[in-house]
Design a protein around this ligand. Sequence first.
Ligand code: FEO
Length: 398
Amino acid sequence: MAVPIAENVYWVGAVDWDVRHFHGYSYHTHRGTSYNAYLIVDERIALVDTVMRGFEEEMLRRIAEVVDPARIDYVVANHGEPDHSGAIPAVMALAPQATLVHSKRAAESLGKYLPDGWKRQIVGTGDTLPLGRKTLAFLEAPMLHWPDSMFTYIPEDRLLLPNDAFGQHLASAERFADEVDPAVLWDEARKYFANILTPFSKLILRKIEEVQQMGLEIATIAPSHGVIWRENPVQIVEQYVRWARGEARARALVVYETMWGSTAEMAHAVAEGIASAGVEVRVLPVPQTDHTTVVGELLDAKGIVLGSPTHNRRMLLNIAALVEDLVGLRPVDKIGAAFGSHGWSGGAVPLLEKGLKEAGIEVVQEGLALAWRPTPQERTQAVAWGWTFGERVMEALK
Ligand code: FEO
């Protein structure tokens, strides 16, 4: 069903209950997702964003509950990524007179996906599109999530449509944040920020400041994934500020891969040591724990220690893939260290340290490399090494 979210404004998107991988296999969508499109019915009719290809019929059915899709005058593409623009051709096929509205940069991202021949209007910050009683106002938001991204704002409803920003990969029958389990909501909002928006943290802080300086009144934030923030929407904005600043608590992750169990033994001892320093610790073996979860857990942790045995003088493949993910994401203001066991020759620990540094994570103590299986004395050494890391976490939070 089309769901009213303001007077004559309707959610007409699609719920993807089945998807478990997004952006290729880089994001594990544990609870599915939604592609949110919004229909504004006025003297002129606008559709802000569409859905992923394959979900066109679901969206068009919802639009048709409100108006004949052939009457749409404007299709606004806030962002060119195919999860939001994939159904534009289906809409334009029914409403060929409609004007496609997007940012200047979206001409590049949409260019090779969409045919020529439609009416187009390029908009930027400060531009408005009067629909009758309502107005669409545009605000460019480069890198939230792509250079082409922009927000659409309806001042008459104090309604912000920020596309990817403030979203969650969460499929639900409910459409509003206040209707879903808060633990589920914040878990998904956190994973989403950590895995998608972390590299753009500085830009997020600047954009939020810009919106505040513009004095935009916001009663509702309706993102293009997940549920809509209608009660106290400032809560997600304030949370974004904390995440983008890298605010963390006395928490550390011990993330490791093991071959014959020795690095796992070390990981458990290290975790014991960290906890004895008064730091909350999470022990996350990979690949049993997927990258999306690890990165989400890291968002409000201050520290991360990575462990891997040495195999062919390298680290194991799943921890290597996690390191690659971290290098791309560049978590904000974290500290780290590395450990691992080895047999005939070492090599994994310095590679883990190199990866931490490339990810912008400060390596705060010498790595712990042990040969073969830890002896009882070496186990004690690993506990002490963990305690030292826990102390570093506490110091870094002062
Ligand atoms: Fe939901 Fe950047 O697309």
